[in-house]
Design a protein around this ligand. Structure first.
Ligand code: ATP
Ligand code: MG
Length: 275
C-alpha cells in the first residue's frame, strides 16, 4: 500500500509513463506545489484516495472526479500532480493547449483516441483539462461544440473493458455551466480548489519563493497589506482573494524591482481590485 509519505514523495519525483504525456505533465507542474493552506494537502489526499480506489476496488473500474474553482486556482497543476503521483502505467493529459488549431472533428478524434489507448492499459489516468475550453464554450450566446460535448459525455460514462481501470480527473472554472450541459452528473466526486484566501497563506507563498531577503522585510510587507485593507491573517477580503497562478506571476513581477518589492506587491494586488 502507498501511504501519504510515499505519495508526497512521489509528487516531487519524475516518473516515466507510457502515456507520452510525461513532458506535458511535467510542464504544467514545473513550478511545483506550494502547501500554502491545509486545503492543498487535503485536496492531494483526496486525490490519492481516488487513485487507490481505482487501483484496489474491483467494483469501481471507472472513477471520475472534477476539480473546479476560480481561474488560476491551481486546478491543472493539482490534477496533473495527482495523476503523476498515481504512477499508473498510462497517464495522459487532454488539454485545449495541445489542440490549438485542431478542427472540431480532429479534437473529437484526438480525445477518443486517448481514451481508447487508456483502455489498453490495466491502470490509467486521463486528465481532461479545462472542459469549457475543450468544448469551445463561448458565454456570448452560450455556444459550444456539441460534438465534443457528446464525446465527453459518452467517454465519461463508458466503463473500461474487463480488467482495465481508469481514473478521470477533469478540471473546470465554470462548474455551474457543466451542470447545465449535463456533465456534472457524470462525476463521482467534485473537489473545490479555492483561491489563496488569507494573509497567512499569502505570506507562506511569498516566503517559499524567497521574495524578501529578510524576515523583517517580509513581516513589514504583510503589515502593509493588512493596513491597506487586504484582510486579516485568517481571511483576505473577497476582492483580494487571488488564484495561486496569478499570485506567482505578481511575485515574479515584484521581484524585478528589488528596491520596492513591498510596494510593487501591494500595488499589483490593489490593481486586482480595480478589475
Ligand atoms: P486556469 O483556470 O487558468 O486553468 P488553473 O486553476 O488550472 O488555471 P494552474 O494552471 O494549475 O491553475 O496554475 C497554478 C500554478 O501555481 C502552477 O504553476 C503551479 O505549479 C503553481 N502552484 C503552486 N502551488 C500550487 C498549489 N498548491 N496548487 C496548485 N498550483 C500550485
Ligand atoms: Mg488550468
Amino acid at each position: 500500500r502507498v501511504n501519504r509519505e510515499d505519495f508526497m514523495r512521489a509528487l516531487d519525483e519524475v516518473h516515466p509513463a507510457f502515456g507520452v504525456s510525461e513532458e506535458e505533465l511535467q510542464q504544467v507542474i514545473q513550478n511545483g506545489i506550494i502547501h500554502y493552506d491545509p486545503v492543498v494537502d487535503e485536496l492531494l489526499k483526496s486525490g490519492i484516495l481516488f487513485v487507490e480506489q481505482v487501483r484496489t476496488s474491483t467494483r469501481t473500474p471507472l472513477v471520475s472526479i472534477l476539480l473546479h474553482g476560480p481561474p488560476g486556482s491551481g486546478k491543472t497543476a493539482l490534477g496533473a500532480s495527482i495523476a503523476q503521483a498515481s504512477e499508473f502505467p498510462f497517464i495522459k493529459l487532454i488539454s485545449p493547449d495541445t489542440m490549438v488549431g485542431y478542427s472540431e472533428s480532429q479534437k473529437v478524434t484526438a480525445i477518443t483516441k486517448i481514451f481508447a489507448d487508456s483502455y489498453k492499459s490495466p491502470l490509467s489516468v486521463v486528465v481532461v483539462d479545462n472542459i469549457e475550453r475543450l468544448i469551445d464554450w463561448t458565454p456570448m450566446g452560450a455556444r459550444f461544440s456539441n460534438a465534443i460535448l457528446q464525446t465527453l459525455l459518452v467517454l465519461f460514462k463508458k466503463r473500461p473493458p474487463k480488467g482495465r481501470r481508469l481514473l478521470i480527473i477533469a478540471t473546470s472554472s465554470l462548474r455551474l455551466i457543466l451542470t447545465d450541459l449535463g456533465l456534472s452528473e457524470t462525476f463521482d466526486s467534485e473537489l473545490r480548489v479555492p483561491p489563496v484566501s488569507s494573509l497567512h497563506s499569502l505570506e507562506h507563498v511569498v516566503q517559499e519563493l524567497e521574495l524578501f531577503p529578510s524576515e523583517q522585510q517580509r513581516k513589514n510587507a504583510m503589515r502593509m497589506l493588512g493596513e491597506a485593507g487586504f484582510g486579516s491573517r485568517d481571511e483576505l477580503s473577497p476582492t483580494f482573494q487571488i488564484g495561486i497562478k496569478k499570485l506567482l506571476s505578481i511575485i515574479e513581477m515584484a521581484r524585478q524591482e528589488p528596491e520596492n518589492v513591498a510596494e510593487r506587491l501591494t500595488g499589483a494586488l490593489l490593481e486586482l481590485r480595480a478589475l
